[in-house]
Design a protein around this ligand. Structure first.
Ligand SMILES: [Fe+2]
Ligand SMILES: [Fe+2]
Length: 253
């Protein structure tokens, strides 16, 4: 059997994910400032970059915050997505030690809690079909995520100024194509990196209804180029190499 032909035929069944468009945000002063502060892309790391499997460095702490959003972890695989993304975020903070670590970690923990407050039946149908980056449900989950942050963070002692910074990152984390700060960039990269862990691959490939070979090829071709930081690119490449070997995607395709 000519596996090459079968593979390319299957690939054609899936339209390319639409590329993110910079649009109106390209001229936003925050985006302009961030772009001029970090002209080299992907942004070179300053600290140590850990590319070992993510399960070797789980996060600790933030217990009260995790407990406060426990109901929101029950939707859309958030009880897998959020802790794994938080572990990647922590590693990225080690690679970019100048960032506000607390801001990055609190934001990544909260960023997708809004999925628990939107119409669940539309999450897969709208959120992963067609032009999923522009789906209305994605804007809704960002707004709802900000509402969760506004609800839970004051009781945990966070100032309104801090909460506003959290919400600035959550609002647009999926739909705004450009980052406004290095903290914003690390949240975005951590939100993508979880897909390169084997649990992330298994879960998100099922959302997109893709087999492992197709999905890992898409990660290589479409997600790695979107990563903003060099540390994230190194982690993604190492993870992908490991998962492809483990899942035998060179032959199961
Ligand atoms: Fe999201
Ligand atoms: Fe996410």
């Amino acid at each position: 059997m000519n596996t090459q032909t079968d593979s390319s035929r299957r690939e054609q069944d899936y339209p390319n994910w639409a590329a993110a468009e910079t649009g109106e945000f390209e001229t936003d002063p925050r985006a302009v400032r961030f772009a001029s502060n970090f002209p080299i892309r992907p942004i070179p790391s300053e600290g140590q970059v850990d590319t070992k499997p993510i399960c070797s460095s789980p996060t600790t702490g933030f217990n009260a915050l995790w407990k406060a959003i426990e109901p929101e972890t029950r939707t859309r695989g958030n009880d897998v997505h959020l802790p794994i993304s938080a572990a990647y975020a922590e590693r990225l903070c080690d690679a970019y030690p100048a960032v506000d670590r607390e801001l990055v970690l609190v934001t990544i923990i909260l960023h997708d809690t809004g999925w628990a407050h939107v119409d669940e039946s539309r999450i897969i149908s709208e959120g992963f079909g067609g032009d999923w980056r522009k789906a209305t449900i994605r804007f809704e989950h960002e707004r709802e995520g900000c509402r969760v942050a506004e609800r839970v963070l004051p009781g945990l002692g966070y100032s309104q100024e801090f909460i506003d910074r959290v919400c600035e990152i959550i609002d647009g984390h999926d739909t705004r194509p450009v980052a406004f700060s290095l903290e914003d960039a690390l949240v975005r990269d951590a939100d993508r990196l979880w897909r390169f862990d084997r649990a992330g691959i298994a879960l998100s490939a099922s959302w997109f209804d893709m087999d492992m070979a197709t999905y890992t090829d898409r990660l290589q071709r479409e997600i790695i180029p979107e990563l903003i930081t060099a540390a994230a690119v190194s982690m993604a490449r190492e993870d992908l190499r490991r998962q492809r070997d483990l899942l035998r995607t060179e032959v199961i395709r």
